[in-house]
Design a protein around this ligand. Structure first.
Ligand SMILES: *Cc1c(COP(=O)(O)O)cnc(C)c1O
Length: 403
């Protein structure tokens, strides 16, 4: 039995009401909620050992450094990365992608090809467009199919000896589709191309294994996995991180500085200029502890039940279409015939139900389906079937009011 009551008690925010109704939080794909244990880690940091890291000889600085580096080890273990210094702390997924894109502006040559999937978040499209503009690289797109999956046959044909980089998300944030990234990575490696996987949306549901996947880069954000905002991780294979130039110059990333020449620090510090989000990194470690104690297999099984239940109940509503029907995480992206998604979202909010409406930072997917956006209900392991019943009743009410 999944200990849902005990888990819900760990999340103080789930006790609150919205417009006088109990909160039903189904916007987990935008950001997840925070368990007490992670809130405690934040409070403890600022009340007991707040100090700058890596530089001080004093006790507080050493304590903060130890905890921060301990968090790095937790992340390394979670991702099964070969080395701790392959884990670079970032401000989040967007930051991690830009670090890699910026580095490749010195490695990519005119005419080199870069492949991106049609299912990407804007943050995994725009940096590569900017990179191609700067370098003369050519951006190619893996098309998508009607069920919300990638056209892998088309991908096989896109990969050539000109391909230098491939970008894809592990899980689509707009539809929840789980992409066959292991296959995609193997194909890219056959021509010597590097692959960056955007794991922001997979991280809350799947424990990814870097050595098994053989990804060259993998990025994620703490705030989608029960951690705080403004912190994330870039995993990079040692050889690639050595090859890429640093992203920012500053303190912490240097070995020696004179006005004639600066030599850079080794990994991971080369990519960690300036004072990082120390508290955020430590709290991220606490969030991983929390989720691993529940277990990702148990989480996936429970969320799958929620997904199956929600899909069945929502599909009973006349005129409701669900986008993305393949193997996916607990995300239901839908529309009701003749009603704008925004109008549904506004009524749901009045009934206490938080969903996301709009293009979900994935306009190419919306263009593919020829729609302005969708209503997206995204579930987490602390949600319940009873909450899904509230959602379904609220959608029916919205449909009645709007049609
Ligand atoms: C949320 C998300 C991002 C962006 O993450 P930030 O934390 O805003 O940087 C990128 N890609 C996917 C798939 C996401 O879900």
């Amino acid at each position: 039995m999944f200990p849902i009551e005990r888990i819900r008690a760990d999340f103080p925010i789930l006790q609150r009401t919205v417009h006088g109704k109990p909160l039903v939080y189904f916007d987990n794909a935008a950001t997840s909620q925070t368990p007490q244990m992670v809130i405690d880690a934040i409070v403890e940091y600022y009340s007991k050992y707040n100090a700058n890291i890596h530089r001080g000889v004093h006790t507080l600085s050493q304590e903060a450094t130890d905890k921060y580096e301990e968090a790095r080890l937790k992340i390394q273990k979670h991702l099964n990365a070969a080395k701790a210094y392959e884990i670079i702390f970032t401000a989040g997924t967007t930051h991690g992608i830009n670090m890699v894109a910026s580095g490749f502006s010195e490695l990519l040559k005119s005419g080199d090809e870069v492949i991106v999937s049609a299912l990407e978040h804007h943050s995994n499209i725009v940096p590569w467009q900017m990179l191609c503009q700067k370098t003369g690289g050519v951006l190619k797109v893996i098309p998508m199919l009607d069920n919300g999956t990638l056209d892998m046959d088309a991908y096989e044909n896109l990969v050539t000896s000109k391909t230098k980089l491939v970008f894809c998300n592990h899980v689509s944030n707009a539809l929840g589709t789980i992409n066959p990234i292991k296959k995609l990575i193997a194909k890219a490696h056959a021509v010597g191309a590097a692959v960056l996987i955007d794991g922001a949306q997979a991280a809350p549901h799947i424990k990814p294994d870097m050595q098994d996947l053989d990804a060259d880069f993998y990025v994620l954000s703490a705030h989608k996995i029960c951690g705080p905002t403004g912190v994330g991780v870039l995993y990079g294979k040692e050889a690639w991180l050595q090859k890429l130039p640093p992203y920012q110059g500053g303190g912490e990333m240097i070995e020696t500085v004179t006005f004639e020449k600066t030599t850079y620090a080794g990994l991971p510090h080369k990519f960690e200029a300036g004072t990082p989000n120390i508290c955020g990194g430590i709290a991220f470690g606490a969030a991983l502890d929390y989720m691993n104690a529940i277990g990702f297999d148990a989480i996936a099984a429970y969320e799958h039940e929620l997904l199956a239940y929600g899909t069945e109940k929502l599909q009973e509503i006349e005129g409701l279409r669900i986008y993305g029907t393949a193997d996916k995480t607990a995300v239901i992206s839908f529309n009701i015939e003749g009603i704008h998604p925004y109008d549904i979202g506004a009524i749901l909010d009045k009934l206490g139900v938080a969903v996301r409406t709009g293009h979900h930072c994935a306009q190419p997917i919306m263009a593919f389906y020829n729609i302005p956006g969708t209503v997206r209900a995204s579930f987490a392991f602390y949600n319940t079937k009873a909450e899904i019943d509230v959602l379904v009743a609220a959608v029916k009410k919205a449909q009645m009011m709007l049609s």
